[in-house]
Design a protein around this ligand. Structure first.
Ligand code: ARG
Length: 288
């Protein structure tokens, strides 16, 4: 009797590990964005070192011109609907420094955030990159795009390595203590991405419903976010931002949103919280 039990137990264990292995990585599920349910309200602006009023004025003048002429909306729409053609290659391979730096507008970004900044092959594209090129033109300087991890952008602007941060960056109090921001040029929100075949959020009909489902999860429920972003602060909690966060569940940070969504599709995590338009675009390319 004991032997039969042991054999059955062994068989069950073998079967579950085979099933677990098969479900991991092998089958990539489709992901779905809950676009209608906005979990936060945020505005993007460009980050400039405190005291660099010359650059701030130039950037604000450009943004005012672009919005008065309707050009800003045209640029944004063209990257949203994929009709934009702008793509840029840096003319030099390393960040300009020293005396040479005067000739350049060095823009800090994290180019894994479509449609605001992303790679098209080896070229850089996106709403912010297009505006960056217009700003460089206005200043009579050559554009150098300094791609880096999102959570190092503010430091790079503060220590003068980069002149300006253009990265779909949300204005908030914590960041305002470190850098100045230009005029706000885009309104955004955090949204949730889940697997299409996952029923956890199926009955949600509002942002509040999503929040209530999140509040009910345990530590085995993992939400992916990008390092240093407001999506992380919203999910993990941040007193300065007035976000309680979800201490009941596990928040995981990734270097890019796309890596988080890939883990979601592969069943390694349960949801991703990220800015709305990037969510739509990243989900679209992950589902291909
Ligand atoms: N808006 C969010 C924030 O400011 C996310 C920005 C991420 N941007 C990027 N280029 N990866 O925290």
């Amino acid at each position: 009797m004991k032997k039969i039990l042991a054999i059955t137990l062994c068989a069950v264990m073998l079967l579950t590990s085979v099933l677990a292995f098969a479900s991991c990585g092998e089958t990539k599920a489709k992901v779905e964005v809950f676009t209608e349910y906005e979990l936060t309200a945020e505005s993007y602006a460009f980050a400039i070192a405190k005291g660099n009023d010359e650059l701030k004025t130039a950037a604000n003048d450009l943004l005012a011109e672009l919005s008065e002429t309707g050009e800003l909306n045209k640029i944004i729409n063209s990257f949203f609907d994929g009709t934009a053609t702008f793509a840029y290659t840096n003319p030099v391979s390393t960040v300009p420094t020293g005396a040479d730096k005067e000739n350049y507008l060095v823009v800090a970004t994290n180019a894994y955030f479509p449609p605001f900044e992303y790679y098209e092959g080896s070229k850089l594209s996106g709403v912010d990159m297009k505006i960056a090129s217009l700003l460089a033109d206005k200043l009579g300087k050559t554009l150098y795009i300094n791609d880096m991890d999102f959570d190092t952008i503010i430091t790079s602007v503060m220590n003068g390595e980069s002149d300006i941060g253009m990265a779909g960056m949300t204005v908030n109090e914590t960041r305002l203590e470190l850098v100045d921001f230009t005029t706000e040029y885009y309104e955004s929100a955090q949204v949730l991405i889940a697997r299409e075949d996952d029923s956890v959020f199926a009955d949600c009909k509002s942002a509040e419903d999503i929040e209530n489902v999140l509040k009910k999860q345990g530590k085995d429920f993992i939400v992916g976010t990008q390092n240093g972003t407001t999506g992380f602060m919203y999910t993990a909690g941040d007193a300065d931002f007035g976000y309680d966060g979800y201490k009941n569940l596990e928040t995981k940070s990734y270097t890019t949103g796309a890596l988080a969504v890939l883990d979601l599709a592969n069943g390694k995590i349960n949801a991703v919280i990220i800015d709305k338009q990037p969510a739509i675009m990243i989900a679209e390319s992950t589902n291909k």
